[in-house]
Design a protein around this ligand. Structure first.
Ligand SMILES: Nc1ncnc2c1ncn2[C@@H]1O[C@H](COP(=O)(O)OP(=O)(O)OP(=O)(O)O)[C@@H](O)[C@H]1O
Length: 301
């Protein structure tokens, strides 16, 4: 990857009862949106929490802006990070929206009160209310507004859309796209929502059983993983690059899924052959195949 990395993880591991998350080696490029996806329990929240040292890794090294820290992050780094955890803290439940915002604004010297206020309005967060008496969605909208308000260099959002209604969800997508326009923000978000990945992500990190299966550019993933139809025999199809699966379709036709559609097209062209049809896979199909491909003996992306 050419871009300078904002965060680097090398062999980062956390032991969880009988499970192990890691070792994770990953570079988060600056100025992009990176979506962490994967099944329940695959380690997404653990990874997000380690990125802010809310969970301290047992092994490995993480560097933030080329600085390595093994314990709690120092203030000059922490101030540049906005964090919305999956489990929202109960500590502030007796604080009103205003009191909680005032507290946070002391932490962040770049806190923009006008921006925060505008975000509360567009999200429809009630004012003067205690955080503890808000609905789940209202509280999350408050947290997203508070994370955005200091215009942090890094935004860590752990399932930010959980509990949001469809209108709030669209508004969140819009606000995240807006805050990327300055080119100075990096977002790492974990999500189960395919549409969120499609609309926001530049890169996708896939986690499975505590491991990072890979990090790929979303566009290249969607351009290259395709279902194709061809008039040819099975031997030819099996020789093509990136074949995940194939099946006969009758009348001498075969359909197959490849992870390298562009390379397939080039090879066929040079032998005077053409694909009859191609179908771009849906993102959830791609993620499924990717996970299956990570099983021993299967094709890797
Ligand atoms: N504090 C903890 N103590 C012990 N085990 C934990 C702890 N937190 C998480 N785990 C375990 O670590 C594994 C990864 O959990 P994690 O919350 O990181 O997954 P996730 O990918 O975020 O899941 P989900 O999609 O359900 O939010 C799970 O098996 C979980 O049970």
């Amino acid at each position: 990857m050419m871009e300078p990395a904002l965060i680097e993880m090398h062999g980062v591991t956390k032991h969880r009862r009988t499970k192990r998350i890691g070792p994770i080696t990953l570079s988060i490029p600056e100025g992009y949106i990176v979506a962490i996806v994967g099944p329940n329990g695959s380690g997404k929240s653990t990874l997000m929490n380690m990125l802010i040292q809310a969970v301290i890794p047992d092994e490995g090294e993480i560097t933030w802006l080329h600085e390595s820290h093994c314990n709690e992050l120092p203030l000059h780094i922490r101030k540049q990070i906005g964090f919305v955890p999956e489990q929202l803290s109960l500590e502030e439940k007796h604080s009103t929206v205003e009191a909680a915002a005032a507290f946070r604004s002391q932490w962040y010297d770049t806190w923009d009160g006008y921006y925060f206020d505008a975000l509360l309005s567009v999200f429809g967060v009630p004012r003067g209310v205690k955080l503890g008496s808000m609905s789940k969605g209202e509280r999350r909208k408050f947290e997203i507004a508070a994370a955005l308000a200091p215009r942090p260099r890094l935004l860590l959002l752990d399932e930010p859309s959980s509990g949001l209604d469809p209108f709030a969800w669209k508004e969140m997508i819009h606000q995240l796209q807006e805050c990327m326009k300055g080119g100075e923000t990096t977002i790492v978000l974990s999500t189960h929502i395919v549409d969120e990945v499609r609309r926001l992500a530049d890169y996708i990190v896939l986690m499975h059983h505590g491991k990072v299966l890979g990090m790929v550019e979303k566009d290249s993933l969607l351009d290259n993983w395709k279902e194709c139809w061809i008039s040819a025999d099975a031997e030819l199809v099996e020789e093509l690059p990136g074949i995940v699966s194939w099946k006969p379709e009758g009348a001498g036709k075969i359909s197959f899924v490849t992870t390298e559609c562009m390379a397939v097209e080039q090879i066929l062209q040079s032998s005077g052959l053409k694909l009859l049809k191609t179908r771009a896979l849906e993102l959830d199909e791609v993620l499924d195949l990717w996970i299956q491909g990570s099983e021993p003996g299967a094709v890797r992306p």
